[in-house]
Design a protein. Structure first.
Length: 335
């Protein structure tokens, strides 16, 4: 099985977040074959019932390559043409997994040891796999995290602040609105203020951005609504403290605010001889907390087609990533 065939085999296993068991079993089997040939060890790292990370170690790991197994919905199977492999997770991150496995395999065949492969669950929702892994370090000094960066080394990635706003009101007949209190109007008033807030800017990561992602509420067009809810998602360029405070000031207690996710932005290191970039998305890196070593971020594919119906990964970038990962590992081994 070559790298393209492995990518397609991984894509064809549906692994939407919380349903990673099948892809985990497939990776456990593939890595067990590799470990049997190169004196390695493979284990399932329990996370929740029927959910586990997969860890393969070859000697005492100095460098660990890691990415996530889960994908966003909806699932659609793989296909390919001369230039791309298509399908859910093709670039985020099944093609990356294949590149990492082949990079480690080729290095093992050349006599290199002291590496690990760590594939985690839950990155697309709450990074629960990375959080569990952070509590079980194995001595690795460097972590190469894989996300679609078009094979450029990311010098930083934005964080994420996800908040849920809930407004309460009082139902009434819409012919007599003075007898009720509209939760939707209350929510819209607060959202109008929040979306105009000045947000922090970072000289490397650029500006914070805020998206009002969902709005729900009301019971019928002729009923004054007693309930309304919205979720907002802010891409952070710092630890989020100032943004959260600004939002709290804007809300002024007019509705309930629940924090669903808060991941700080990170600045990352570069390596000599590697092209660099900066990414606006969030990764598992903050949740590893340094437990698996100094982090680096790089992977094949473009984030612009991830999470879309056009998700795909260039075949040439898969092959390129294999060689880039090998070069990174060798360079970090000698650091």
């Amino acid at each position: 099985m070559n790298a393209f065939e492995l990518t397609r085999a991984l894509v064809d296993v549906e692994s939407i977040t919380e349903n990673e068991e099948a892809i985990g079993n497939l990776l456990f089997a593939k890595l067990s074959e590799l470990a049997a040939r190169h004196a390695g060890r493979v284990e399932r790292m329990p996370v929740e019932e029927r959910r586990f990370n997969v860890l393969a170690t070859f000697g005492d790991p100095i460098v660990t390559l890691s990415t996530h197994m889960d994908t966003v919905p909806p699932f659609f199977p793989s296909s390919e043409d001369n230039q791309h492999i298509w399908g859910r997770g093709a670039c985020d991150t099944k093609g990356i997994i294949a590149s990492m496995i082949f990079a480690v395999r080729e290095l093992l065949e050349a006599g290199q040891k002291n590496m690990a492969l760590l594939f985690v669950v839950g990155e697309e929702r709450n990074s629960t796999g990375a959080i569990v892994a952070a509590g079980q370090p194995r001595g690795s000094k460097f972590l190469i995290n894989g996300e679609p960066t078009e094979n450029k080394l990311a010098l930083g990635s934005k964080g994420a602040l996800r908040l849920q706003f809930t407004a309460s009101g009082r139902m009434a007949h819409s012919a007599y609105p003075e007898l009720g209190e509209s939760a939707i109007e209350k929510l819209l008033d607060v959202l109008d203020v929040v979306r105009r807030l000045p947000l922090p800017n970072d000289k490397i990561l650029g500006p914070s951005t805020l998206n009002i992602g969902t709005i729900t509420g009301g019971r019928a067009p002729n009923v004054i609504p007693d309930h309304a809810q919205a979720e907002i998602f802010t891409r952070l360029v710092d630890d989020g403290v100032a943004t959260r405070q600004a939002i709290n000031n804007a809300v002024q207690g007019k509705l309930d605010v629940k924090e669903l996710l808060n991941t700080p932005a990170v600045h990352l290191g570069g390596l000599d001889g590697f092209e660099t970039t900066v990414v606006a998305f969030t990764t598992d890196i903050p949740w590893f907390g340094g437990a698996w070593g100094k982090p680096y971020l790089l992977g094949p594919g473009s984030i612009h087609v991830a999470h879309t119906s056009e998700e795909r990964i260039p075949k040439n970038q898969i092959l390129e990533a294999i060689q880039i990962y090998k070069r990174m590992i060798k360079q970090l081994m000698n650091a």
